[in-house]
Design a protein. Structure first.
Length: 133
């Protein structure tokens, strides 16, 4: 794979965990309805201005996302915060794809890491890639 275009950016807050992205509406004899949670909608609207625009090219359909999630690993009382870094990826990829007008299923590669930090933030590099064929 060859990188065609790459942009780095930071978002000064963490997304909700994937477990908190949607609320499920159940009705008798009806299929389940998944609606975005208010917390997710709020984070999306706050994060969008930080996400850069890419130029999706017709001969490149795949994207790589590299993310570093920074947040305090411990509560003020010293107890471990139970946050799963990998659960933040779904909301991040959804937001990047929505901002740039492509389906998040085109995000095929990437890496992530969580780092102990005083403040919450996400440092991201998004790359558009093309096969070497």
């Amino acid at each position: 794979w060859r990188v065609i275009e790459s942009k780095s950016f930071s978002i000064p807050s963490l997304p909700p965990s994937k477990n908190m992205l949607h609320r499920i509406i159940r009705s008798p004899n009806q299929p389940l309805i998944f609606k975005r949670s208010k917390q997710y909608e709020t984070w999306l609207s706050e994060a969008m201005p930080y996400i850069p625009m890419l130029t999706p090219l017709k001969d490149s359909h795949y994207f790589r996302v590299e993310a570093e999630f920074e947040y305090p690993f411990f509560h003020l009382n010293g107890k471990h915060r139970r946050l799963d870094g990998h659960n933040f990826l779904e909301a991040l990829c959804d937001a990047i794809a929505a901002k740039n007008g492509f389906d998040d299923s085109y995000v095929k590669f990437g890496s992530w890491g969580a780092y102990d930090a005083e403040n919450e933030s996400i440092n991201v590099t998004i790359s558009q890639v093309r096969s070497l064929k």
